[in-house]
Design a protein around this ligand. Structure first.
Ligand SMILES: [Zn+2]
Length: 150
């Protein structure tokens, strides 16, 4: 694991804590290009009354607005949880170069746990990806959140 990957994943984890503080499922995402933050987000569907307000979507929207481009070549998206079908689709649409996620999502993960939206060999855009970066820490934030709600 690259040192930088762990560093950015820690940043995404801090964003996930902000979601938890708002009563949202704690997932955080940061979009990085050439060592600088392009956009970041945390899960906010309840707060924003928006089913698409996942951490990844918010980070992608912020990054695209910052660049003035709906495509984000050369960017890496770090997210604490394996993206869902919607977010994985948006990552492909945005032409993100690389995806790094923390915990796997055995119930809804769309990179390789349940679906393989990112890795379909016939897609014309290939997203390089790695999973399991700070997997333990990323999973622990989610487990603590759901434990506290029971
Ligand atoms: Zn999602």
């Amino acid at each position: 694991m690259a040192l930088q990957d762990a560093q950015w994943m820690r940043h995404a984890l801090a964003l996930a804590e902000r979601a938890a503080a708002e009563g949202e499922v704690p997932v955080g995402a940061v979009l990085v290009k050439e060592g600088a933050i392009l956009g970041e987000g945390w899960n906010r569907p309840i707060t924003l009354h928006d089913p698409s307000a996942h951490a990844e979507m918010i980070a992608l929207r912020a990054g695209a607005a910052a660049l003035g481009n709906y495509r984000l070549p050369g960017a890496t998206l770090y997210v604490t949880l394996e993206p869902c079908v919607m977010c994985a689709g948006a990552i492909v649409h945005a032409r993100v170069s690389r995806l790094v996620f923390g915990a796997r999502d055995p119930k809804a993960g769309a990179v390789d746990s349940v679906y393989d939206v990112i890795a379909r060999p016939r897609l014309n855009h290939v997203v390089e990806w790695s999973g399991g970066v700070l997997e333990e820490e990323c999973g622990a934030v989610l487990r603590a959140f759901f434990r506290a709600r029971r």
